[in-house]
Design a protein around this ligand. Sequence first.
Ligand code: FES
Length: 872
Amino acid sequence: MRINGTACDAVPRASQCLRGFLREQGWHGVKTGCDTGECGSCTVLVDGAAVNSCVFPAVRALSGDIVTIEGLSDVGGRGLQDAFLRAQAFQCGFCTPGVIMTAAGFGPAERADVDAAMKATLCRCTGYASIRDALDGRARWAPATSPVGADVPSADGPAIVTGAARFTLDIEVADVLHMKLVRSTVPHARVLGVDASRALSVPGVVAVFTHEDAPDVLYSSARHQKTSTDPADTRVLDRVVRHVGQRVAAVVATTAAIAEQACRLVDVSYEMLPAVLDVDAARRPGAPALHADKADDHGIADAGRNVAVDIRGDIGNVDAPLAASDHVVELTFDVPRAQHVHLEPHCTIGWLEGGRLVVRTSSQTPFLTRDALCRIFSLDRCDVRVIADRIGGAFGGKQEMLTEDVLALAVLQLGRPVQLEFTRAEEFSAATTRHAMRCTVTVAADSDADLTAMRLTGTMDTGAYGNHAGGVLYRGCREALNLYRCPNKSIRAQAVYTNTTPAGAFRGYGLAQFIFAVDCAIDELSRKLGVHPLEFRLRNAVAEHDQFTSLVAGPSDVTVASSALPDCVDLVRRALAEPSPPPPEGEQWCVGTGYAVSMLETAPPGRHRASVRITSEADRRFTLDVGTAEFGNGTSTVHRQIAAGELGCSIEDIVLRRSDTVLLEHDTGAFGSTGTVVAGMATLRAARKLVAAMAAAAPGAVLAVEESTEGSPRSVSFVVHGFRVAVNIATGQLEVLRNVQAVDAGTVINPMQCRGQVEGAVVQALGAAMTEYLWSDENGQMQPTTLGGYRVPAFGDLPPVEVCFATSHDPTGPLGAKSMGEAPLNPVAPALANAVRDATGVRVTALPLSADRLYEALNGRVDGAGPDPAIY
Ligand code: FES
C-alpha cells in the first residue's frame, strides 16, 4: 500500500476499515463522522477514485495507491484547496477534507452533475453556498485595508483545507485505551446487578466500570454559569435507568473494537419499572414519577408529577380583551424533536500529566466542564485542565457534559490515557435533542390592527433529565412574546419528564419552536384583519428604546438599544418584489409568499462571563488568549479583527490561543450567541487597556492585560425571513423558489463570516422545517438512528438563501455589533408555513412540512383560500 506517495508496511487488522487504519497511521485529515458511508467526512482516493473509507475494508487497499487530504497537493489538488480557501468554504471545517476529496475524485460525469456527485457528502455548517462558490471558482474575500468590517479569512484556513487542523481526537497520545458504553435497552428500570465477568475475560479488556465505581453525586449534564439553572438529577452511572440509551457501564480496552465486543458481553439484570413515553402519559394522575427520589432542593418543580419546570407569567389580563375582540385567532402547534448533527461526534480524550487530569474535549464550555469535574470527583481547579481546541460543529449539543465525566472516572481510576468517541447511532439515540413542543397560542387585535391580547400555553418534553429545560422553556416562550407591544400577555408552560432520551440546548434555545407557533398565529390574525402580514408585524413590534416588561422574572437588563427591523422588512419586501424563478409546469402548482419576523436577546440572561488576556511581545506582535471556543462560529477571526483594529497592527500580528483552562481563570463558554458580543467586548476592552498601558510604558516593554465582561446590559437583534414557494396541491410537493433573509446584526465586523453563519443556519432550519425529525418508538428508542433515515439537507437540495444586512449600530455591543449565531434559524419554519398557507389556503400547524404531511393536509382542502383556512 502506498499512502500519499510513501510505501506503508503496516498491516491492517482483520475487518478494520480503511478510515481507522489511516487514522492509526497518523493521517488525521480522514475524519470520523459516521460509520455507514453517509456523511463523506472520511473520503479518500483509492487508485484515483473517491471512496468512503469508513465502509471500505482496509485489506482491499493493500496494493492500492491511497491519497488523503494531506497528500492532495502532490497529485495536483492544490488548486482545489486554494479554491476552498479563497471562498472560505467552511465554518467549523470538519467536513472540509471529505468535501475536497470528493471533488478531487470527480470525472467528467461528476463535473456534469455536481449536485448529484456531492449528494453523499454532508456539511452541517455552511448551507453549501460557499462550497458551491469554491467549486465554481468564486472567491469570497480579498485582502483588506482595515481589519474591522472586512471579509478577513480565518487564520485556520490553510490548515483546514490541507487536513492539518487538529480537531479533538486528532492528536497522538501513546498507549491510549478506548472506552465504549453499555447502554440501557429498556426505558425505565432499577439496575439490580451488572455481571462483567464475560467481558473482562476478553483479551484486551482492561476494566469495566459500573455505578458501584462512580461517585454518588447529583448534577446536570447541562453547562451553565449558575449550576442552579438546571435540576441536579443526573449521575455519572446511576442505579436507575430512565431512558433507552442511558449509560449503564463503561468498558475500557486496548482497541475500540474490543471494547465494543466486550460491551455485548456485559450482563445487566433489571427490575422493570413502569414507563411514560409522552408528556400526556407523564402528567396523568398516578403516573410513575421518574425523579421521586430527589429531595426538594434539587431544582425540580414538582418531582411527584414529573414536572421539571413550571412557568407562569402575566402582564395585564388577557381574559377581557379576548372576550371582547372580534378578531381572535387560536391555534395549537406541534414541533417534534430534532438532532444537531454536528459532524464531529461528542468525543473526549484524557490522561494524567504530573498528577493533573487533562481532558481534551469537544465542548463549548471547557471552564464549566472543569468545574463540574472538580465537584464530581472532589478535585481542586488546579488538579484539572480542560482543553477544547478546534471543534467540529456544536449547535448547542456540546453545551452538555456527555463524555467527560465518565471518561474522567476511567482516567482517574486507571491512571492511563483513555478516549471516548460516540458513534453516529449513539448521537441519535443517546445524545441530546431539540425539545419537542406543543403549544396553543391565542392572539387578539382591535379593529385598528393593534394587538390587545397574547396567550401562550405550552408543554415541552424534556425527556428523562431536566438539562436545559428551564432555560429553553423560559427563553422560548418569553422572548417569542416579547417581540410584540401588547398590554395583555399570559404564559403557562411546563417542561415534563418522560422516559425518553433527554432533550437539551439546540441553536435557538427554544425560540425556534415558540416563534413557529406565535408567528403563524400572528400571520393568521393579520389575514383575518386584512392587513399585510409584514405591516401588521411592524405596527405591533417593539421599536428602538422600548423597555421590556418581564413576564416571568424580576427586573430585566434588556432594552431595544437599537433596531433596524423596519430596514429588514423593507429589504425582504424589495427582494421578493424582484422576479422569481417560475414554478414547475402544471396547473397543480400554486405559488405563495410568506414572511416571519423574530427577535433575539443579544446574550443570555444571568451574566455570561467572558475573559481575555492580551500580551504585547517585544516585536510589536501580540498574543490574544480567549476563553471562548471555536466551533465554526468564526469568533477566533472576529477577536483578532477587534484587537488589531484597536492596537493599530495587522491581523497577522495577533496570535490567538483559545479555550484552555490554563490560559485564564474562568470563562462561561461559547453558547447563547455570545462569541462576538460578550467575548468580543472583553477583547475590545482589553485591547484599549493595553493601548493605554503601552502609552505609559517604556518602548518595547512586555505588558499583559486582562479583562472580563458579563454580558449586561443586553440588547436585541432582529431577523426577517421571506419565502416564495410553489406547492403541488395534488402531491404535497413543496419547492422553494425564493429564499431571502434580512438581518439586523448591528455593525458587522466580518460580513463574510456573518453571511456564512446565516447561510448555514437557514439550511439547518429548512432541514428541521421540511424533512428532519426524531420520534420515540413504542419501546422508547429514539428513531431514526442513521443519517440516511434522518434526511439532513444535502448539496443541491435547496436554493441558496439571499442574505441582506440592515444598517444599525448597537451601543451595548463591541463596536456596535450584535449577535447572529442563533437568530437566523428562528423565523425560517414559520415563514415557510406562512408561504404554504398563502399558496394553498391551508394552515399547517405541525412540523416538518414534509410532502406526506402537506399531501394529507391538502387532501382535506375543499376549495381555495378563504377566510377560514383548513387547519392541520
Ligand atoms: Fe462543514 Fe462544519 S464546515 S460541517
